[in-house]
Structure formats: C-alpha cells, structure tokens
Design a protein around this ligand. Structure first.
Ligand code: XCC
Length: 654
C-alpha cells in the first residue's frame, strides 16, 4: 500500500489525492504530514489567557513529588487542573456559540417569514409549528398560522437573551433528567448568557476550581443541545419541512462533467434551500445551456449537504476531508460557502483550478474568495446571481478534469418524527416497537455515531469500522454530520444493508420495518433529534425513567471541531456515555480527565471516554450497553434470543 493509500479508505478520495499531487496542488493531507500537532496544546496544557504567558504546564513525564507539583503552575499560580479545565470549557463555549449563532440566524429568518416579509420562505410544517407553539405557551385557538408563527418567532429569539428561568425545551427531557439538572444547578437560563458566563469564568483570575468549571461547561453545553441546536432543528423543519425518507446519492462521483457543478458547503440551510428553488428557473437553465452545459448540478458538502440531502435528495459530494478534493476534480464551477468547517485553503486549491469560491455569510469572508452576501430579503435574487456566476465560469474549465466514478445510493431523512411514524404507524406514532425489540433483545442497544473527519487519522476508517462493529452486534446506529456520510459512502444507509452487515436480531427488525441499520438523522445541529428520540424512548416506557437508563452510548472517533466537544459535553450531561477518538484535550491533567471520565457519572449519570481504536471503542460501548441492559433486568431476554438464533442455525445446518 502506498503512503497515499493510507490516507483514506475511500477510493474516490485517494484518486483525487493522486490527481492533486500530479497537479502540484497542496491539500490538508500534505500539511498533516508536514506539521505535527503541538504536544503541549494538544493535551490542553498551554494557558494563553493573559499576556504574562503563554504558560506551559505539561503533564508530568514521571511520578512527581509534592515539590515538583508545586512548581507546575502558571505565572498566576494556575494549576494544571485549572488550565486544562479552562481550555476544555472554552472549546465548549465556542462550539455552543457556533450552533447557537446558526440558530439565531434561522430564528430571525423564521420570524421574517412568519410576517410574510421575505420572498422564498414560508411556513411548511404547520403540525410542527403547533407543537412548538404549545411548548412556548403560544395560544393556538382559531388564530392564523401567521399570527402563531410570529409569536413563536419572537419567543424563540427571546431564548437567546433570556436572563433568568429555564430554556423552554429543557421540559422536553424526561422528568428525572430535569430533576438531576435542577439539583446540580445546571439548567441553562439564556443561550447567550451561558456562553458569555463561561467565557467570563475562564478569563484570567476568575473561576479556578476545575470541578466548578466543568459543571459550568455542562450548563453551557446543555444550552447548545437543548437550546440553540434544538431550536435550529425545529424552526428549520417548520420552514423547510420535517425530513421524511428520501433517496440520495453520495461521493465525488455525483459531480458531472457536462453540467455546471455548484457545491454548497457549510451549515446553514437558508441559502441552499433557495438555490434548490431557483436552480429550475427557466432563465437560469437557459443560461446554462447557452454556455454549452447540459444543466446545473447542485451538490452539497459537509452539513449543508446533509440539510438539502434529507429534505430534497440533493446529492452529496463528500464530507469534511473531501472539500478540497471536490475542487481538485477540476469540475466544480463554484463552491458556495457560509459558516463553519470551510478550510481557508479552499481559496488556494481553487486557484489551482478554475473554481470560484463564493462566501455568502456576513460573518465569514475568506481572503481570495468572491463575496456575494446572503440577504433574506432578496434571497432568490442572491441565489440567481450565484448561479449566474457559476454558469459564467463554466467556460474557464481547464482540460484536466477527472471525476471519480464512486457514488453510493442512500436512504436518508430519519427525523425523530419519521422514526416514530415508521415504527408505530401514522395513527399510533410511537417508539413502542423499538422499545419492545430492545427489551426482547433483537436490538441490543442504540448508538449515536456522530462528528467530523480528522486529518490525523485515516479518513473515514475509525467511523466506518466502529459503525460496522456496532451493527454487527445488533446495536442500531443513529448518525449525523460527516460520520453519517461515511456510512453512506460505504453503503450502510440502505435497508438492504441490514441483511449484509447487521447482526441477526437487528437485521430482522430492519427487514420488518424497512429501516437501514444506520439511520441518517441529519446535520450536526440535528444531534438534537437524537436527544428528542432518546427522550421519546424513555417516555414510551419499559427502559427506565431517564436517558442514562437506556442501553445507549455515543461516539465521535474522528472529531476535530470545538462543536464536537460541545456536542459530547451535552450528551454526557444528558446521561450518555460518549467515546471520542483521535486525541483527548485534557490529558495534561490526570485529575480533570478522571473527573470527566469517571466522576461525572456520579452526578450527571453520563461520562466521557477516550479510545481511538474503533474495535476497542465498540467494545467499550457494547459493554456499557450490556451493563444498562443488566440494570434494567433485560439481559436475560437477549441471552434467550441468542440461544434461539444458535439453535436455529444448528437446525439449519442439520
Ligand atoms: Fe464539520 Fe458539520 Fe464536524 Fe463535519 S461533522 S466536520 S463539525 S461538517 Ni459536524
């Protein structure tokens, strides 16, 4: 195997890496070879909170005496524990701010759409609007959709600046969970307030007690999961439709040689939704034909892709580490980006080819890109301008176009509501059949496998190996973000995959209901759907009275962004055992790491874990699931099922 072939398990990625090399175009994979991570920063031991530092307080290499320990402090006296906890907390604050600021943008557009002020946007899921109105205590009666939605929009926006009380969606959690949070004093008040407070606490000379810092980080993270992210998911569903199963295709092979390829990349679905509408405009289509193209091929990258894939079946070009490689194909006429996970190197890679890099968010410009700002009051006009720029660029394509042939069919769009309907039927929507199959042992447990790619590990390998190992062991997988795409590329997002890859028990349930063994639940913001699903499973009964009682676990083995840490922290604070891979950001302090990995379980009933090896990570998760089954008294049922299966095989063999 060549060095290049060790970079990814995805043949399309390898093919484009070879092309990039031949074209003399540098990618993240090259930079990962050339620059190793800073070891002190990686373990969370670098404190740059003030100008007397940065202070380095690395983890001790050997067993230390009290005297050595006393020397290991920053100039201000900050201990390794404080430094490590502060750095971790700041990651949570940044991650929460990203999801929540995305949510604020959605809420603003929602309100304007409710008032009928912006063309192209309208309320699409009235049922869900009513549900949210009830959560917010907005009167329904015989009021118009517009009136109800306007009130919901105002209330949603007020969640960001709320100064006291509790975030409204906290009430969606099981009662026992709410009680745990209240007793610990971590129920988030306002979304912005928790982010600001955490940044304040981690400023030089403020909170210097690692336990207190990590608890505050939990409160902030909960403001993400049960606040910003959940608001965003819910309002996006009302505006653009709650996802239902839809067919899609994924991988770089979705790019087309004879069409204008426009790749939307980033996170907010606002502009991509309008691009989907405008792409069929006769004027746009005519313009495309006039330059010799057969049409316009809209495709997605990263979470923008997940959003329009699950609502419209728009093809996905790839996940995080493939963003530069789409451009390397030489066939992308425009890459349209908004916020989060867009690498600055896109501008350089675009220069090697003909691609126009177009930034669209007022919050994110990239040197060397064209900026066409999204304005919700003129969204169709902006979308049209972007498409025209892309069409205009078609003629500038260079001769060295090479598009990998790899694509894979997927079935996506498993929102929490859809799973409910699929399992229980429209008139009896319920998780009961899922609970029954967990209780009888056909399904051993539930795993959320989420998160990014990371150039420090073989692209897609840890996530895919983990997912395969879990489903083989009858654990149903809920996936979001870039890991959901990994599953898609490997063919795991189809109902047929159950027979091929899942254990006997899980396969039999998937067959009966027509579900894939891995359910694509959306973008990273939609991890809130997993929280809602977990709460619904608890409420349907038979599996304890809290999320922490469920035979469930979470993982992000290829994480890289601060958002991933915020997500992990809100899952842990919601009672879930969550395993991360690649690297762990608090290894500089054994005490802090132990607190997150062990002591958190005493208070939050959830805990962190770290295991970069996917098979070992699967083992940890399955052991946890089995421990929970035992505590629920349903371990015996599973043994019986296994015995039955063995018996059946014996009979078959005879
Ligand atoms: Fe970004 Fe959401 Fe991570 Fe993928 S999974 S690399 S955060 S696109 Ni969110």
């Amino acid at each position: 195997m060549s060095e290049l072939e060790k970079k990814s398990i995805d043949p399309a990625t390898i093919q484009m890496l070879k092309k990039a090399q031949a074209d003399g175009c540098e990618t993240i994979f090259d930079r990962a070879d050339a620059m190793k991570p800073c070891p002190i920063g990686a373990e969370g031991s670098c404190c740059k909170q003030c100008a007397m530092g940065p202070c380095r307080v690395p983890a001790p290499k050997k067993k230390e005496g009290a005297e050595d320990k006393a020397k290991r402090r920053g100039l201000c006296g900050a201990t390794a524990e404080t430094i490590s906890a502060r750095n971790f907390a700041r990651m949570v604050a940044a991650g929460t701010s990203a999801h929540s600021d995305h949510a604020r943008g959605v809420a603003e557009v929602f309100l304007a759409a409710a008032k009928g002020e912006i063309p192209g946007f309208r309320i699409q899921d009235e049922q869900k609007l009513y549900q949210i109105a009830m959560d917010f205590g907005v009167e329904i009666g015989d009021r118009s959709i517009q009136e109800i939605a306007t009130d919901v929009g105002h209330k949603a926006l007020a969640e960001f600046g709320r100064q006291e009380g509790e975030l409204v969606f906290v009430k969606r959690a099981p009662l026992k969970r709410q009680e745990i949070w209240r007793n610990l004093g971590v129920v988030p008040r306002g979304i912005d307030r928790e982010v600001v407070e955490l940044l304040h606490r981690t400023h030089m000379g403020v909170d210097q007690d690692y336990e207190d810092l990590l608890k505050a980080a939990a409160r902030c993270a909960l403001a993400d999961g049960w606040g910003g992210s959940m608001l965003s998911t819910e309002l996006q569903d009302v505006l653009f439709g709650t996802p239902v199963p839809v067919l899609g295709r994924i991988n770089l092979g979705v790019l087309k040689k004879d069409e204008i390829n426009v790749v939307v990349h980033g996170h907010e679905p606002l502009l991509p939704e309008i691009l989907v509408q405008v792409v069929d405009d006769p004027e746009v289509q005519k313009a495309a034909q006039s330059v010799g193209a057969k049409g316009i091929n809209l495709a997605g990258m990263c979470c923008s892709a997940n959003e329009i894939l699950m609502r419209h079946g728009i093809p996905v070009a790839g996940n995080f580490l493939q963003q530069e490689l789409a451009i390397v194909s030489g066939a992308v006429d425009a890459m349209v980006v908004d916020v989060q996970c867009e690498m600055q190197s896109l501008a350089q890679v675009a220069k090697c080819y003909h691609t126009k890099l177009i930034t669209t968010s007022a919050k994110a410009k990239i040197e060397g890109a064209i900026h066409i700002e999204f304005d919700e009051h003129n969204a169709p006009k902006v979308a049209k301008r972007i498409l025209m720029e892309s069409i205009e660029n078609f003629k500038n394509r260079k001769p060295n176009i090479e598009i990998p042939s790899e694509t894979m069919d997927t079935v996506v769009g498993f929102s929490h509501e859809t799973i409910n309907y699929l399992l229980g039927g429209v008139f009896r929507a319920s998780y009961r059949p899922l609970n029954d199959n967990i209780i009888n042992g056909r399904i051993r447990g539930i795993a959320g496998v989420v998160g990014c790619n990371n150039a420090r590990v073989t692209h897609d390998d840890p996530n895919l190996t983990l997912i395969k190992e879990l489903i083989k062991n009858d654990v149903i997988v809920l996936a979001t973000g870039c890991s959901a795409m990994t599953a898609g590329k490997a063919g795991l997002l189809t109902p047929q995959a159950a027979r091929q890859f899942a254990g006997e028990g899980l396969a039999s349930v998937c067959d009966a209901v027509g579900l894939p063994p891995v359910l694509h639940m959306g973008a990273c913001i939609d991890n809130s759907r997993i929280l809602m699903a977990a709460s619904a499973v608890v409420k349907d009964g038979g599996l304890g009275d809290d999320i922490s009682d469920l035979p469930a676990a979470g993982a992000a083995l290829e994480w890289m962004s601060e958002k991933a840490i915020a997500i992990g922290q809100y899952f842990v604070a919601s009672g879930v055992f969550t395993v991360f891979g690649v690297t762990w950001p608090t290894t500089g302090s054994e005490v802090v790491t132990k607190h997150l990995f062990e002591e958190f379980e005493n208070t939050f009933k959830g805990k962190w874990g770290f295991e970069p090896d996917p098979i070992k990570a699967a083992k940890l998760m399955i052991e946890h699931i089995d421990k929970k089954r035992k505590a629920l008294g349903i371990d015996k049922a599973r043994e019986r099922v296994l015995f039955d299966m063995a018996k059946r095989r014996e009979l078959e063999a005879a």
